[in-house]
Design a protein around this ligand. Sequence first.
Ligand code: NDP
Length: 254
Amino acid sequence: MGELRVRSALVTGANRGIGLGFVRHLLALPNPPEWVFAGCRDPKGQRAQVSGHSPPHLASAEVTDPASIKAAAASVGERLKGSGLNLLINNAGIVRANKLDNETLKDMSEVYMTNTIAPLLLSQAFLPLLKKAAQGSPGSGLSCNKAAIVNISSNGGSIKEVYLWEGIQAACYRCSKAALNMLTRCQSMGYREHGILCIAFHPGWVKTDMGGDFEDKVREFLAKSVGGMLKVLSNLSDKDSGSFLDWEGKVMAW
Ligand code: NDP
């Protein structure tokens, strides 16, 4: 079994929920990264203080603002002092629990911007740093220890299964995550030659502000989900790039 050993990682939406879970777990690895960048839209704000328990490096990133994304990439690049970024975790996401009948242009656009376009723009902005990490790592195959883009998707985006339609329709969210899965596939095709592995994850149904905090048997606890995803990441190779997996490594239906 492999071990996740990266020098640097950046997680978007890292001030709470699954993103904060990633930051905490990365810092607690037996060989933690030297640089864990916790991306949040307001690093000086109260909500970002949640991640101040140990020393992640805060990175200002409003993921719907291209200028903010570019500034984040420049600032991270400066702090890495010439070395690359191994892991980009596109985690920030939103949902609007609309019914099909009251879905709106505004909600469709906002959710698509945050959940689909932002991961595209972030990956483009951080590409030079990801390439640098891949070039600076030994070995010829793809691996998260070299360079990887991790897109946090959802089973809600599965066209085949359409999970939980009776409970929550949220076409805006489903479409955004189905498109994110396609984006992951495209990135895997385009970035393979640069040595960058690309993966889409369903994190499970996790108790967060988005996932809710009900006591039932379905919702996965945060630590279990994030710990599971990091374990899966440590074992990915060429054949996995472009896949849609769950937090336990099971292949999800597109
Ligand atoms: P939360 O609602 O708990 O947290 C969302 C995070 O995203 C927050 O840190 C939030 O920051 C950030 N964010 C939202 N919009 C922006 C933005 N424009 N710029 C920067 N940051 C932003 O969600 P979860 O932690 O539950 O979800 C994380 C990811 O996992 C999402 O992509 C979600 O779709 C996915 N997912 C979650 C599931 C679950 O059961 N929880 C199930 C399947 C997928 P702020 O505090 O500033 O709002």
